[in-house]
Design a protein around this ligand. Structure first.
Ligand code: ATP
Length: 237
């Protein structure tokens, strides 16, 4: 018998006063698996991720479940305690606080874990060690992205939501983010990654869904012909 998926998203809908951003998306992420959702600007990727994280409400009939627990109507902070870590598009760091405080707030957002969250985050992100006493606002965009990832990891998530984590980063840092997500998976943390660039997604995972106009229009597990078809489709432009 196949194991129950860790994350189940069923018929997820998001609309903004009648504008449909996500029009019924279903997907699964298994324990320790990384699943990527790619799509053009405005395809609904951010709305999908935000609805899973509880930052925008999901529409009627939607269901989001983590490890068998129904999260659909749960506020975002309780989803964190349930094991969902988020790295959102604008990072939402506390700009006037130090990196250390930002990370500690992450750890405090999920009390009752092993307490190894902060140390675990720093061991995966050694580049943060030298920045701990800096205020977040003084960091470069790339450094802030690592802090945002570190803060989410400090909650010791079972599943990490990543919204375009390589967006705006220099190529060297894009490589580094790819490496971090690979390490995470090797360490057993599942991820749901939203990404605009197919090449970044496939550098991390073979499990890719293509979103267009709020719907999954293509799914692949890395089949070469599938990927070629996606790369040459209009879905990504
Ligand atoms: P991006 O790559 O720019 O983040 P995306 O694929 O993440 O794009 P969304 O940001 O989820 O797409 O947007 C999906 C649709 O919902 C778009 O048509 C967008 O204009 C619309 N939308 C997003 N946020 C809002 C909002 N707060 N109010 C109204 N419409 C919105």
């Amino acid at each position: 018998v196949a194991a129950e998926p860790l994350l189940r998203v069923d018929d997820l809908r998001v609309d903004y006063r009648g504008v449909v951003a996500v029009g019924g998306v279903s997907l699964r992420v298994a324990e320790g698996q990384c699943v990527a959702v790619i799509g053009a600007n405005g395809a609904g990727k951010t709305s999908l991720l935000r609805a899973v994280g509880g930052f925008v409400p999901a529409g009627a009939g939607s269901r989001v479940e983590l490890a068998g627990v129904d999260l659909t109507r749960m506020p975002a902070h309780r989803r964190v305690r349930a094991g969902l870590g988020s790295v959102l598009e604008n990072r939402h760091l506390f700009p006037h606080m130090t990196v250390r405080d930002n990370l500690e707030l992450g750890a405090a957002a999920a009390p009752g874990r092993s307490g190894a969250g902060l140390r675990g985050a720093l061991s995966l992100l050694p580049e943060l060690e030298g920045l701990l006493d800096r205020r977040a606002a003084t960091l470069s965009g790339g450094q802030q992205q690592f802090v945002a990832i570190g803060r989410a990891l400090a909650t010791e998530p079972r599943l990490l939501l990543l919204d375009e984590p390589t967006n705006g980063l220099a190529p060297r840092l894009v490589e580094r983010v790819i490496e971090i997500v690979r390490h995470l998976r090797a360490a057993g943390t599942a991820t749901l990654l939203v990404e605009q660039r197919l090449e970044v997604a496939v550098a991390i995972t073979a499990e890719v869904h293509v979103l267009a106009h709020g719907r999954v229009v293509h799914s692949t597990d890395g089949d070469t012909a599938d990927l070629a078809r996606i790369a040459h489709s209009a879905y990504l432009s």
